[in-house]
Structure formats: C-alpha cells, structure tokens
Design a protein around this ligand. Structure first.
Ligand code: ATP
Ligand code: MG
Length: 219
C-alpha cells in the first residue's frame, strides 16, 4: 500500500526527517511511536501527501501503485481526496456545519451527488453510534462524538488508506478504547490500511506492527 524510500525533510537548517524508509502492506495497522519532536507528524504529513518531500529525485513515495512523487498538484489533490483519509489530533471539523454536513464535505469535493453522499454519511454516523446527532454542530457535541464525526469524515470516500495523528490524544480512556476498537473493526470489515501516530502505549501495542522514530529516523 505504501512504499516510501529515503524521505528527507528540512525546516530551514533543521533536518527533521533523515532518510526514512517505510513499507506498509494493504490491510495492515501500523503504529508510529517516538519522543515528542522525533518527526512523527512530519512523516505522517508527507506519507499522506499533505507536505512535499525534499530532494524528490532521490526519494520515492508509492501509494497504492501510484508514484505520488510524480503527480502534479492537481492530480495529487484528486488522488488524496479519493484514496486517503485523515484523522487529526484535533478533529478540525468546520464549526458552522452540522455533523452530517461535515462528513459529506469530502464526498462533495469528489463530486458525489448530495443524496448519495448523505446516504453514505448517515451509514457511517449510524455505524459510529451517532444516528441521533446528524444535525448537531461540533460545539453541540462531546469531544468523543466530535472525534467520531471526524472519523466518519475520514471514511466517507472509502479511502483505502487512513492516517491518524494522535487520534485519541484528547479523549478519556473509555472513548479512546472505543475508538481504537473501531479502527480494528473497520479494518476487519472494510480491509482498510491504518497508519497511526500515538503516544498511547496500549494502542501502539495493539497494532500489527509498531515503528519507533528516533531523531528523524525509523529504528
Ligand atoms: N513548520 C515547522 N517549522 C519549523 N520547524 C518545525 C515545523 N514543524 C515541525 N518542526 C520541528 O520539526 C521537529 C519534528 O516535529 P514533528 O511535529 O514531526 O514531531 P512529532 O514527533 O510529531 O512530535 P509530537 O509527539 O510532539 O507531536 C520538531 O523539532 C519541530 O519543532
Ligand atoms: Mg506530532
């Protein structure tokens, strides 16, 4: 699903990623752990095509058999919208839209019809135990509910690949456990691939594989 080779990233003089190689198979749940500042979020953003790779010519990023380092900006945006879902530490829902609308937005961007998008969004919200919250705005939802809406939004286009950055970082332990169980349920049911950055040791150890980052490298 993901083949990344020799990934480098600099912020000014700061060499943040120092030649990262990663291979992730379809349907795998991989966790990434490591100290604060090790480069986990930076790596996730790059693997998720949200950030660009330095020295592209000497690096390679293949996702789902597509050489993403060879795509134009426009192709990349389309590729991301179709194949990749993101769950951020802070849900980043749009405050003026309802839960249902927030979940539908990536589907609208993809060009899905309103009725089709809403059907899919409701299916996901129901699956996530939010059938009674379609019309609530983020500010009217609990933190755990907001996070589940963000999960539904990440899944609405059926992406093969989901990146999550500290998805349970601001949840209580019960909501965190429910969310973690959900990832495994989704993988088993839909065969999706998950890459999860986490400081939650339990979640990290539940993964099929745990990668540790130290100082810009996977060790
Ligand atoms: N936009 C930026 N400009 C300059 N430096 C940055 C920028 N983003 C991140 N850094 C630096 O890059 C390093 C890696 O940051 P990154 O966010 O990837 O760490 P992390 O492993 O996700 O840490 P945490 O566990 O605290 O989230 C840090 O030293 C950080 O200060
Ligand atoms: Mg981070």
């Amino acid at each position: 699903m993901i083949q990344a080779k020799n990934i480098h990233k600099y912020y000014g003089d700061l060499h943040v990623l120092k030649g990262v190689d990663v291979h992730i198979k379809k349907g795998e749940i991989v966790s990434i752990v490591g100290a604060s500042g090790a480069g986990k979020t930076t790596l996730l953003q790059i693997l998720g095509t949200l950030d660009f790779i330095e020295n592209k010519a000497e690096s390679k990023l293949i996702i789902n058999n597509t050489l993403v380092t060879g795509l134009t900006e426009k192709q990349l945006a389309q590729f991301r919208n179709t194949h990749i879902g993101f769950i951020f530490q802070f849900h980043q829902l749009l405050p003026e839209f309802t839960a249902l609308e927030n979940v539908c937005i990536p589907a609208f961007i993809k060009g899905t019809s309103k009725s089709e998008a809403e059907t899919r969004a409701k299916e996901l919200l129901d699956f996530l135990g939010l059938s009674h919250r379609y019309n609530h705005k983020p500010s009217e939802l609990s933190g755990g509910e907001q996070q589940r809406v963000a999960v539904a939004r990440a899944l609405v286009n059926n992406p093969e690949l989901i990146f999550a950055d500290e998805p349970s970082g601001n949840l209580d332990s019960e909501s965190a456990e429910n969310l973690h169980n959900l990832f495994f349920k989704l993988r088993d049911q839909f065969g999706q691939t998950f890459v999860i950055v986490t400081h939650n040791e339990e979640l990290a150890n539940l993964a099929d594989r745990k990668l540790t980052m130290i100082d810009g490298k996977i060790v």
